[in-house]
Design a protein around this ligand. Structure first.
Ligand code: MN
Length: 491
């Protein structure tokens, strides 16, 4: 019951009707998972309840919390889609099905000698893009991320081999996904939870190095805070909050490896980092002026992400200054709205509005179901339609499809690609020897066009040669090249 009480405590701003629906989902999930235990030995309900709580902290809409509570019932219990439809309706069923579908995607890490770093990078990027595309609704990805957060928190109970696989997938797929959705609050923790499992030695060494300087840092911050606070007050800038920013060890470790940093902790500016929250955009610029009057800025380190937001919608002013005793100090300045967006990102678009706006929220109900592309537009915050279209081209694959191997590996292909392209994309030998294909379990012609999300299995025959007719059918240049070279008579 403790978990249920904790969850309900987070629901103070929700309507009685929503709390009722969430309660029903909790009881449903608890019953469905009855008798199942987590690797930690705890009753299974602890897991969906924890995922739901992570989302409730964002004040996310009620169907997403209900979906989080039910996210494992289709895969791990006897509950059917029909059961869910009957009890919770289409929206929740759609979310739960989406999460279960995403769970089937496996990101396989290829051994280094098989693929170049660039190829590997593209492949990982594809997995992320595909997750967004397949989810169709960003809320599905949010539930999946909350699920992963709790799995990472309890990773210690799994065998070492599994720990490494899950930790790697978290760093390569889930943390960047959180970043892409603008959820800064989850990116750092996901990476830091994975870090010690993936690089135990490096993690231990870094922790030792950082601990030495951390006490000095804390003292320094307590000295500089009142000076900034007083000066802002004198200049008439209302300071809502001054925060010490959390330090994430994995991103620090990555930074130390950059050539220009050369493993020097002193050169990692944001080791000493403050965040100022002020009322308005104007106040952000005013505060920046005050800071620069107080402390000399480092050249080239002033960044105006208010005028030029990052691709994921992030806004703030950044500067790095020579602070007290010349200590290099990084400062971020933002409004509460920018802060909300930076921490919770896309999730803020589904948050409960203050009760005064609740009426208006109802009329927005339809809009909430916008397709993911609509949401993407919001989050990209494109300045002009052209820029938006440009970003779509880079990020959103309107001319790409994502097809799965029977093992759930993702293959990225151009639209209209055939099973032959698919076979060659996996391995040239598989391409040469393919004689047939099963698409979603059904025999399909080798010339058929594949669709997003198709599961394709290639039927092969040993020592078979490609047929010249394939050249008219294939869509990828690489398949065409491989067929040509195989057809060429040997000298
Ligand atoms: Mn789960």
């Amino acid at each position: 019951m403790q978990y249920f009480d904790d969850l309900v405590r987070l629901l103070q701003s929700y309507t009685a009707q929503d709390v009722e629906a969430i309660t029903r989902a909790y009881q449903f999930a608890k019953r469905a998972h009855e008798g199942q235990l987590r690797a930690s030995g705890e009753p299974y309900i602890v897991h969906p309840a924890s995922a739901a709580m992570k989302l409730a902290q964002f004040n996310i809409d009620a169907p997403t919390i209900v979906g989080a509570l039910l996210h494992d019932v289709l895969d791990d219990t006897l509950t059917t889609e029909q059961d869910l439809m009957k009890t919770f309706g289409t929206e929740v069923t759609f979310l739960v099905k989406g999460v279960s579908r995403l769970g089937q995607i496996r990101h396989k890490h290829a051994p280094a000698e098989e693929v170049s770093e660039r190829e590997e990078h593209t492949r990982v990027e594809n997995v992320r893009n595909m997750m967004i595309a397949m989810a169709r609704d960003i809320r599905v990805v949010l539930i999946k991320l909350a699920d992963r957060m709790h799995n990472m928190e309890t990773l210690g109970y799994l065998p070492p081999e599994k720990q490494r696989i899950i930790a790697r997938e978290t760093i390569e797929v889930y943390a960047p996904l959180a970043w892409r959705l603008g959820i800064g609050e989850w990116k750092g923790p996901l990476e830091d939870l994975a870090f010690p499992y993936l690089y135990p030695e490096e993690h231990r060494a870094l922790m030792e190095r950082v601990e030495d300087s951390s006490r000095n840092r804390a003292e320094y911050l307590e000295r500089i805070k009142p000076i900034i606070r007083d000066e802002l007050r004198r200049e008439g800038v209302t300071l809502l909050a001054i925060q010490t920013r959390p330090k994430y060890s994995y991103s620090l470790w990555k930074k130390l490896q950059r050539p220009e940093i050369g493993d020097s902790l002193a050169l990692v500016y944001d080791l000493v980092a403050l965040r100022l929250i002020v009322e308005t955009t104007e106040a952000c610029y005013a505060a920046l002026g005050v800071i620069h009057k107080l402390f000399r800025p480092l050249p080239g380190r002033i960044k105006d992400y208010i005028a030029l937001p990052k691709a994921n919608g992030y806004q703030s002013l950044h500067t790095t200054v020579f602070g007290l005793d010349g200590t290099i100090t990084e400062i971020q300045i933002r409004t509460p709205e920018m802060h909300q967006e930076a921490e919770y990102g896309i999730a803020t678009h589904w948050t409960y509005k203050a009760s005064a706006e609740r009426g208006e929220e109802k009329t927005l109900g339809r809009e909430r179901q916008f397709r993911w592309i609509e949401q993407l537009r919001q989050w990209q915050r494109a300045k002009t339609p052209q820029e938006f279209l440009e970003s779509l081209k880079i990020d959103v694959f309107n001319d790409r499809i994502f097809v799965l191997t029977p093992k759930g590996e993702v293959i990225d292909l151009p639209e209209g690609a055939t099973p032959i392209d698919f076979a060659y994309a996996i391995h040239s030998k598989l391409g040469d020897e393919c004689i047939g294909a099963r698409v979603n379990g059904i025999i399909a012609p080798l010339s058929s066009s594949l669709k997003n999300g198709d599961v394709v299995e290639i039927v092969r025959q040993k020592n078979k040669k490609p047929s010249p007719g394939w050249l008219d059918v294939v869509k990828t240049a690489s398949a065409r090249d491989k067929i040509r070279s195989k057809l060429k008579p040997h000298r």
